[in-house]
Design a protein around this ligand. Structure first.
Ligand code: URA
Length: 432
């Protein structure tokens, strides 16, 4: 098959056949289709969209591009968790030890940074010595010993998503419902947990900017999961400002450890508690008991202790003092007195990427120390000059003045306090 003809069909709006999708996905995982052709196809799908049938073909072909781990057969209670991607979204690093400490095994097939969002795999890379589980045997060993594993797409599992994910990151082809559904659900189904908790982000820092887009994405994800026999609990959650107060790899690991220690950012803590309680509800606990158990694990130190066990099992050092630190910090002050009326979370995410916390080209080295600390949240009253954010600089040379000006512009200051937005906007599937 001449792959140029397949790209042309999608470019011109035709529906892809099973053979077309197979050629695309096989070409991605085997390396037989060139990167520029894969990227052209991704852009064509991004612009033209894909039908429900094409999306299902993509999910299945990408799932079957590597091994099926069938985790649910060996660990029927295991729960998987995934976010559609946001800014300051450090939930997975808290969720895994927290839920494991409550006795429910956690499967984490995580991703690297995507577009303006920072990914769990990059954050884990900031922990000295941390290695994601490289094989099914290693992952299952971690699961049996410490109740959780972190793994990545690889040549063994979900290789098509591994390739396409890296290309989407640097070709502005992330915000596409069919591509997001195929990426997330192919690797969830390849790992094969029987329960899945989904956090579908909505707002300025998400790939879905409107509630309608987020609902369509959530329904598509739940539909694919339930169609494959997976119990799915999904929440649509607010991403109209960064979730936590830190963006960047090492910084987000510190933020996670703070929450696990019983303190930390209130919004990050609240959402993680909600998602963790859903995981426990799927394992049969009533909602009030689930919430109480999660709160207890944060308060009595068992979640933090479990974090140490999980990190050590993956070869890492859980001592936060050993995380990379920024070389220099630049405060960004409020231009005037007023209320923070809105935060352009995507703009802050791109600033973090520009500082080095993400990739601009395939193969870029992520600067683990770089990031942005968010010091004012929507609704806060601020005085002129008060820090809205602090840029944390690593090794990458950057135009500090431009970055600081862009960061200041990401905060809209107004005379009136805006109405408070709920953190959990809607629940679908098993969480409804
Ligand atoms: N997470 C993924 O794994 N893939 C996407 O496309 C978006 C979020």
């Amino acid at each position: 098959m001449n792959f140029v003809e397949v790209i042309a069909r999608k470019r011109d709006g035709s529906e892809l056949s099973a053979d077309d999708v197979g050629a695309f996905v096989r070409g991605a995982s085997s390396g037989q289709v060139a990167d520029e052709q894969l990227a052209a196809m991704l852009m064509a799908i991004c612009i033209r969209g894909a039908s429900r049938g094409e999306t299902r073909l993509l999910v299945e072909a990408m799932r079957d591009s590597g091994a099926l781990w069938k985790t649910g057969e060996a660990f029927p209670d295991a729960v998987d968790k995934h976010s559609t991607g946001g800014v300051g979204d450090t939930v997975s690093l808290v969720f895994a030890p927290l839920v494991a400490a409550c006795g429910v095994p956690v499967v984490m097939m995580a991703g690297a940074g995507l577009g303006h969002t920072q990914g769990t795999l990059d954050k884990l890379a900031a922990i000295p010595g941390f290695r994601t589980a490289g094989s099914r045997a290693e992952a299952f060993d971690h699961l049996a010993r410490c109740g959780a594993f972190f793994a990545a797409q690889s040549q063994e599992i979900a290789p098509a998503d591994r390739k396409l994910y890296l290309l989407r990151d640097v070709t502005a082809t992330v915000p596409s419902l069919p591509l997001i559904v195929a990426s997330i659900m192919s690797k969830k189904l390849a790992v094969g947990a029987r329960r899945l908790v989904l956090d579908v982000k909505c707002g300025s820092g998400a790939f879905c900017k409107t509630p309608e887009e987020a609902r369509a994405l959530a329904e598509a994800l739940v539909g694919v999961g339930e169609g494959a026999g997976v119990a799915v609990a999904a929440m649509i959650t607010d991403m109209s400002q960064p979730l936590g107060d830190r963006l960047g790899c090492a910084s987000e690991v510190r933020a996670a450890v703070e929450v696990l220690g019983g303190g930390g950012d209130a919004r990050l803590r609240q959402l993680t508690v909600e998602l963790a309680a859903d995981a426990l509800r799927m394992a049969g606990r009533p909602r009030s008991a689930a919430l109480a158990e999660v709160e207890r694990a944060l308060a009595n130190g068992s979640a933090l202790a479990r974090y140490g066990e999980i990190v050590r099992a993956h070869g890492g050092d859980p001592d936060v003092a050993r995380l990379p630190r920024p070389r220099r910090t630049i405060p960004v002050g409020a231009p005037r007195d007023g209320f923070v009326a809105a935060i352009e979370a995507e703009a802050l995410g791109w600033i973090a990427v520009g500082l080095g916390a993400g990739r601009q080209r395939q193969g870029d080295q992520v600067d683990l120390a770089a990031g942005v600390k968010v010091q004012a949240r929507t609704g806060d009253m601020v005085e002129a000059g008060q820090p809205l954010a602090t840029l944390e600089l690593g090794e990458r040379p950057v135009d500090v003045e431009t970055m600081a000006a862009r960061a200041a512009a990401a905060f809209r200051i107004a005379d009136e306090r805006p109405p408070a937005a709920p953190l959990v906007i809607a629940r679908l599937g098993g969480a409804a």
